[in-house]
Design a protein around this ligand. Structure first.
Ligand SMILES: Nc1ncnc2c1ncn2[C@@H]1O[C@H](COP(=O)(O)OP(=O)(O)O)[C@@H](O)[C@H]1O
Ligand SMILES: [Mg+2]
Length: 250
């Protein structure tokens, strides 16, 4: 079990002209183990800052982050981040990128190849193990990035607009790949996007944020059965409701 709790979390940056930016102000959120949560909101509402705080890459200005009632200090080992820019190692093969992560995780040399191959199979890349990242399409590179993130075997996967650079068809395909992985591995996933359709398609719950100061305006459970039909009336209603919340935050 890994429940993630944020209590009164704030992060202030000193911006231009000594002006203070409240990237996040007094956030109280709880994420349950195994939940798939989408975080949505306009540019500058603190989505990236939120993931960076949770991962421990960025210090809090005030508040607390707890995992299973234990205060997170420094790097949060329960989490792995996946970005929009795949940041793969160009000098390694696809397989090498994944085995590197297994090595970092301290997995025995003799098991690395087999585990990396299993992860590549999971993301549908078993045929591309020997390729270099630059030989692959954007969608395939992001599959490698997901396999590599899974190699760290995190309880919580933090994803920052991971499919933002992909065309729609590839994006839809990868959404289904991610849902399959989530169902198989039962990770907690915090998925930042500014694509409403993507959030409604994927998540158990959508946290809608607003900017200045960065805050949560609504926390909406999504109970539509999966696989979800993007053309259904319920889907469309949710889409409109969330769009209105983003355009006219409470
Ligand atoms: N390192 C930083 N220094 C100064 N301001 C920052 C820094 N990181 C983020 N900000 C500011 O904090 C706010 C939230 O940024 P960010 O978390 O990147 O939002 P989002 O990911 O939702 O677009 C923005 O106003 C941004 O300019
Ligand atoms: Mg961002």
């Amino acid at each position: 079990m890994k429940n993630l709790v944020l209590n009164g979390v704030s992060r202030v940056f000193s911006g231009e002209d000594e002006r203070e930016v409240e990237a996040l102000f007094n956030l109280d959120i709880k994420f349950s183990a195994g939940e798939f949560v989408s975080i949505i909101g306009p540019t500058g509402c603190g989505k990236t800052t939120l993931l960076r705080l949770i991962s421990g890459l960025e210090p809090l200005t005030s508040g607390q982050i707890l995992i299973d009632d234990k205060l997170v200090k420094g790097l949060n080992r329960a989490c792995t981040l996946v970005f929009q820019q795949f940041s793969l190692f160009p000098w390694f093969s696809v397989l090498g990128n994944v085995t590197f992560a297994l090595e970092m995780k301290g997995i025995d040399k003799s098991r690395q190849h087999q585990e990396a191959s299993a992860l590549l199979k999971l993301v549908g890349l078993e045929g591309a193990a020997k390729a270099r990242p630059y030989e692959l399409s954007g969608g395939m590179q992001q599959r490698v990035a997901i396999a590599r993130a899974l190699a760290y075997d995190p309880e919580i996967l933090l994803m920052d607009e991971p499919f933002g650079a992909l065309d729609e068809k590839t994006r839809h395909k990868l959404q289904d790949v991610l849902l399959d992985i989530w169902q198989e591995k039962r990770k907690t996933i915090l998925f930042v996007t500014h694509n409403i359709d993507e959030a409604v398609y994927l998540a158990d719950r959508i946290v809608v944020m607003a900017a200045e100061p960065g805050r949560v305006v609504k926390d909406i459970p999504i109970t539509l059965p999966r696989p979800r039909n993007r053309l259904s009336e319920e889907f469309t209603e949710l889409h409109i409701r969330i769009r209105n919340l983003i355009e006219i935050p409470g």
